[in-house]
Design a binder for this molecule. Structure first.
Ligand SMILES: Nc1ncnc2c1ncn2[C@@H]1O[C@H](COP(=O)(O)OP(=O)(O)O)[C@@H](O)[C@H]1O
Ligand SMILES: [Mg+2]
Length: 254
């Protein structure tokens, strides 16, 4: 395909990597060829000017601050090399939105960005603070940036904040997530909550599952346990049973 060879040439010339502010060797270490190609396509279609700096590099994803029209955005790249079909399936099973027929062994790696996009969208629709998802393409997700000009918003784990008011917010978000968005986060912890403009924001919802998922209760109980332990350590009254019954309960929102 002529298009492919043009892209190949571009990749070889290093011109594109210059926009990434990364040399070829580093890019090769972080990204496989499919990801570099997807990155090229997405940066063009989304008119992203350049990649500013990596905010976080985890086992399964790398998160970058990127710039479009002088404004910061966040690009999350799911690493294709570490995603396994077996672990992916665990989080998709039972979710009518991502039924088995639509996921093949060759495209399952792309489900994460789509799933995170969809989940963020549902959460925002239901009043839960989280990044605004803009678009996704293959294993890439573009969303709003949380932070200021100097640095990204801290994780709850490192934030200097009023834990009592953050806990009140988190309880309500957990309940709205379960009862309105009908989702369970499934990896909720002080690492996946950012403290931005004096509010708690929930991130990292690629693995979040629908309430219909066979292990939804197990995941919910684990999330509740993590939150209860964290806030209790911070001196807040946050017993496990109270939080679980509030999240699942029928009583009024406090
Ligand atoms: N929209 C965002 N704005 C600012 N920082 C973010 C944003 N999304 C993620 N981050 C940062 O990147 C880290 C990793 O992102 P996360 O979605 O949790 O992926 P991972 O699966 O690698 O944990 C987060 O802990 C947070 O510090
Ligand atoms: Mg995370």
């Amino acid at each position: 395909m002529p298009e492919e060879s043009a892209l190949d040439q571009l990749l070889k010339s290093g011109e594109f990597l210059h926009h990434l502010d990364m040399d070829r060797k580093t890019a090769d270490l972080v990204f496989d060829r499919r990801t570099i190609r997807a990155l090229y396509e997405f940066m063009s279609s989304q008119r992203i000017d350049y990649v500013d700096f990596p905010i976080s590099a985890g086992k399964e994803s790398v998160v970058f601050k990127v710039i479009r029209d002088k404004k910061p955005l966040v690009l999350k790249i799911y690493k294709l090399s570490t995603l396994r079909f077996s672990t992916t399936w665990k989080y998709i099973e039972g979710d009518y939105r991502f039924s088995r027929e639509r996921i093949s062994k060759s495209n399952f790696v792309y489900i994460w960005a789509k799933k995170e996009y969809t989940n963020l969208y549902e959460m925002r629709k239901n009043g839960i603070l989280c990044p605004r998802p803009y678009d996704f393409h293959k294993n890439l997700l573009l969303m709003s940036y949380l932070g200021n000009q100097v640095s990204p918003a801290p994780r709850l784990k490192d934030a200097d904040c009023d834990y009592g008011s953050v806990y009140s917010e988190i309880r309500i978000f957990m309940r709205a997530m379960y009862q309105k968005a009908k989702l369970v986060h499934a990896d909720l912890s002080e690492y996946n909550i950012l403290y931005h403009r004096k509010h708690a924001y929930i991130v990292d919802v690629g693995q979040s599952v629908s309430r219909e998922h066979p292990a939804a209760d197990f995941f919910l109980e684990r999330d509740v346990k993590n939150m209860s332990i964290f806030f209790t350590k911070k001196g807040i009254e946050a017993p496990y049973d109270d939080l679980l019954s509030f999240v699942k309960g029928t009583g009024p929102y406090e």
